[in-house]
Design a protein around this ligand. Structure first.
Ligand SMILES: [Fe+2]
Length: 293
């Protein structure tokens, strides 16, 4: 059965590309592949295209790029989405070329967030070199994970778990009766998580990038504490994926979780459980009204 196999890229709208360049390269350690007044393309591994920041009047996540295994799977998933009532656009050659992929379809999720399915991401001929010496955990696990606040959890159960083929990882009940759902598309503990929280608007709350060394996270944390970016949650360790991380605000408003040590899932033995807290220690939120996730 066709399914999504990982998070491939993110496209972000931004009013300030210079701030993004500074944030992405000096703090996160991403490599600038190209930089024009209209767009900033960033690398984190051998793939040519992982994060694109587009000059815009607004600051938001423009599109989420989910990877599938090839043209047959793309067609199968597009047909299933259409059967379920989604308007699926077969992307033109300009959109395909801009993302350096081989095939692409686009649709809007239940909140109106643009989602793209693609296959055949171009690999760069030059080795990835991080300006901070970071090495990112990608490969079969994709570029990282996303956390989305939603207004109707059941629509996301239907889209991600039933339609796109994600599997349940676990739940965190961070306030009694209110819980987040974590799902995986590969060995990474989760590629997509979502929660319906009263009085919290629906949006992409954070994107997570994982590095291979704790020291890289620690050095970035030093920079954050010296004023490198607004802190949203302090250094801490999550319960379910055991990620040791901190959260900062990106120049486009959504948060970036920068972490190390995320748990991997063995599908043969995995059993979803429920946690009563998001973190074992740390992750103290700068905004006490924000959910601890
Ligand atoms: Fe996260």
């Amino acid at each position: 059965m066709a399914r999504v196999v990982g998070l491939g890229y993110l496209i972000v709208n931004a009013t300030d590309l210079d701030s993004w360049k500074e944030f992405a390269s000096n703090l996160l350690g991403l490599q600038v592949d190209s930089f024009t007044p209209e767009r900033l393309v960033l690398r984190m591994d051998e793939a040519s295209y992982r994060l694109e920041i587009r000059k815009d009047d607004s600051d938001s996540v423009n599109a989420i790029g989910w990877e599938v295994r090839g043209p047959e799977d793309l067609d199968e998933l597009a047909a299933k989405l259409e059967e379920d009532g989604y308007a699926v656009k077969r992307s033109d050659s300009v959109a395909v070329a801009a993302r350096r992929v081989s095939g692409l379809v686009e649709f809007d999720d239940p909140e109106g967030q643009r989602v793209e399915l693609f296959y055949g991401l171009q690999q760069h001929r030059e080795r990835f070199v991080s300006p901070t010496g970071a090495r990112f955990v990608t490969g079969a696990g994709g570029l990282g994970h996303l956390f989305q606040m939603v207004s109707d959890r059941e629509k996301y159960d239907a889209l991600y778990l039933k339609l796109l083929g994600f599997k349940l990882s676990d739940y965190i009940e961070f306030v009694p009766g209110v819980y987040a759902t974590f799902t995986h598309a590969n060995q990474r503990h989760h590629s997509f998580a979502y929660a319906q929280v009263p009085n919290v608007p629906s949006n992409i709350m954070h994107a997570m990038f994982e590095v291979e060394e704790l020291d890289v996270v620690g050095r970035a944390w030093d920079k954050v504490q010296a004023g490198g970016a607004p802190i949203k949650a302090t250094f801490g360790k999550h319960t379910n994926d055991e990620m040791i991380s901190f959260y900062v605000q990106s120049p486009s408003g959504f948060q970036v979780e920068y972490g190390y040590g995320g748990k991997l899932i063995d599908e043969d033995t995995w059993k979803p459980v429920r946690y009563s807290a998001a973190s074992y220690w740390g992750h103290k939120r700068s905004d006490p009204d924000e959910p601890d996730l």
